[in-house]
Design a protein. Structure first.
Length: 275
């Protein structure tokens, strides 16, 4: 039982083997409702993990619906192996795809928080037949370039170039963010807000207007870049970056239900078209 939220955790965490002797820690729920055929995968943010309030709330909601659910720790986060400062967007996307391919079946809704919102977009682009819908929570696509690199001082940029890394205080942890030259270079190869995003499924983007980490207009820009005609962008006037208050979690639950319902309606529309 999580003492913060009161939501019961799933069974004992398991480890999914990865190449090179690594592993990803994960928790999952099996589908128990034959009508809940679309699963949900939660993607946490930078220097977060799968034990946060939003992940646990999503799990509880899926449990009540009898829906398959997976949450996991990215490489270098939480209980997974690897070092955080060796991580890149490409590496974390590869881990996300491995989870999709190994631990899930059928269509999936990806729920991405902050950095997880960037990873879900790249995963959807790589697995268009598997990703049926997206829910973004203060999604932070392209943050390495647009928010982090652009905010570095000349001295910090020099550290990146000469020492291969720099450190920035993290408001959510005693440990600082460690950003490497490889992280920035890789991020530039994965930018998604420069061209239209070829995703056609239902999307709901939540963002707090008091977010001092990722500007709320990032979600508005993302909505404009998505090719899908079924995109909702919900701005929570009093919400911060974490969006973990009870009212924020309730809004998150409604967002997931909206995406699931629109996905179902889309499937019905496709099935009604004469072959």
């Amino acid at each position: 039982m999580n003492t913060t939220t009161g939501y019961p955790a799933s069974a004992k965490p398991q480890n999914m083997p990865c190449p090179g002797g690594r592993f990803l820690a994960f928790r999952s729920l099996a589908q128990t409702n034959p009508n809940a055929t679309t699963g949900v995968v939660f993607l946490h943010g930078l220097m977060s993990d799968m034990e946060g309030d939003k992940a646990l709330y999503m799990e509880q909601r899926c449990r009540m619906q009898g829906r398959a659910f997976v949450r996991f720790d990215q490489m270098g986060h939480g209980a997974s192996s690897g070092r955080f400062d060796e991580g890149t967007i490409s590496a974390w996307v590869e881990d996300t795809l491995a989870v999709l391919d190994t631990l899930t079946e059928g269509p999936q809704i990806l729920v991405g928080s902050s950095m997880g919102g960037w990873l879900m977009l790249l995963a959807a682009r790589a697995r268009p037949q598997r990703v049926a819908g997206l829910v973004g929570i203060a999604a932070a696509p392209d943050f390495s370039e647009d928010l982090t690199w652009s905010a570095l001082s000349p001295a910090q940029r020099q550290d990146v170039e000469t020492q291969g890394r720099t450190e920035i205080p993290c408001p959510y942890s005693e440990r600082p963010y460690v950003f490497t030259k490889a992280f920035f270079e890789d991020g530039r190869q994965n930018l998604v807000l420069r061209t239209p995003l070829p995703f056609d499924g239902p999307v709901c983007l939540l963002h707090g207007q008091q977010d001092d980490t990722v500007p709320w207009d990032t979600s508005v820009r993302l909505a404009d870049h998505l090719r899908s005609a079924s995109v909702e962008c919900i701005l929570i006037k009093s919400g911060d970056h974490r969006l973990s208050r009870p009212q924020d979690l309730a809004c998150l639950g409604r967002a997931l239900d909206s995406v699931l319902e629109r996905q179902k309606e889309g499937n019905r529309a496709v099935s009604s078209v004469p072959g």
